[in-house]
Ligand binder design. Sequence first.
Ligand code: ZN
Length: 409
Amino acid sequence: MVKIDPSRLWKSIMETARIGETPRGGLCRLALSDEDLEVRDWLTRACEQLGCSLAVDDMGNMFATRAGWRHDADPICVGSHLDTQPTGGRFDGILGVLAGLEILRSLDDHGVETEHPIQLINWTNEEGARFAPAMMGSGVFARAVDKGAVLASRDRDGVRLGDELTRIGYRGEEPCGRHALDSYFELHIEQGPVLESEGKVIGIVEGAQGMRWYDLTVCGSAAHAGTTPMQLRRDALVGAARIVCDLNELAEEMGGGALATNGVLESTPGSRNVVPDRAFLTIDLRNPDDGVLDVMEERLDRIVSDRCSNEGLEFQLERIWSSPPVRFDSDCVAAVREAARRSGQPTREILSGAGHDAVYISRIVPTAMIFIPCEGGLSHNEQENAEQEHVAAGASVLLDAILERDRAR
Ligand SMILES: [Zn+2]
């Protein structure tokens, strides 16, 4: 039986963690930065040493291919992303790419000939921290996102993404999304506390929950804090704050994993002694069921219009982005389940609460994901951590799942 080398995998994680490392033990490796360039070059050298052919598409997505014996077969793919948040950790995304590299190395060590080519993918700009939106490389590949628009997107300094791709030398020839994939498997840390709290090591990811994002602007009227009686105020911030509380109650009342989050609340004019005339609020609703999201959206509309009319406020509510719930391919999930069972590790079925490259890719290619626990459920955080044994277990299940796929097809 083919086995990965757990210490070699751990060593590549720790070695690349020096590229963009922060003083607090995390990583700052923003998409298409000099640090991203350095880690891409590291991956390129590692794949070339294996004799893999390396292709880069015009979104900067990297594809390293280990040939199979059937020349007309589409590749079975593994991968994730090497970019991080500005105060990111050493495992988010990185685990999936470096476990993929370890798989290629292990297949070579054991002289394994697969029927399909095995392809390792590093997707460009999964995090969306420097250039918005997130999951760009996989989004364009899956034809869910417009390539022209993302190439033209700019970071805070006004630098265009397309120009940065050219500058770092990773704007390839192949049009993004041109080549076919047989299937796609992504290993990732859970980024939540469920596996750890239940003592499970492998999460068999069956799909991802749906998400809807909204922008809300509430308008009232600015007034003097010392001379305007309470009953005569039209305070935009108070209206928005009541909406925040109502939405939290709504999610709790609905239960069944319904989530409502308000990450941003800003008010103007932002002066201590002025009643705010304007408040801006972001709203993030999530649930595995699109019907439940429809109900939540209706309730959101009602909460906002009721609160605003009670407080004498005007508002503008706009849905700015949505991602429907996803069920991963049943054959690919079965391959993961079978590999997880054979590993003898404690497992559980799980849904992804976060977005991933796999969510876009699942629109066009049979896809599955594997989760391992991360310490305290912490991610997008410099303290993000995973156990070496869990990393090894996840990579072994990933290898076994793709070999299962290779046999079955
Ligand atoms: Zn990630």
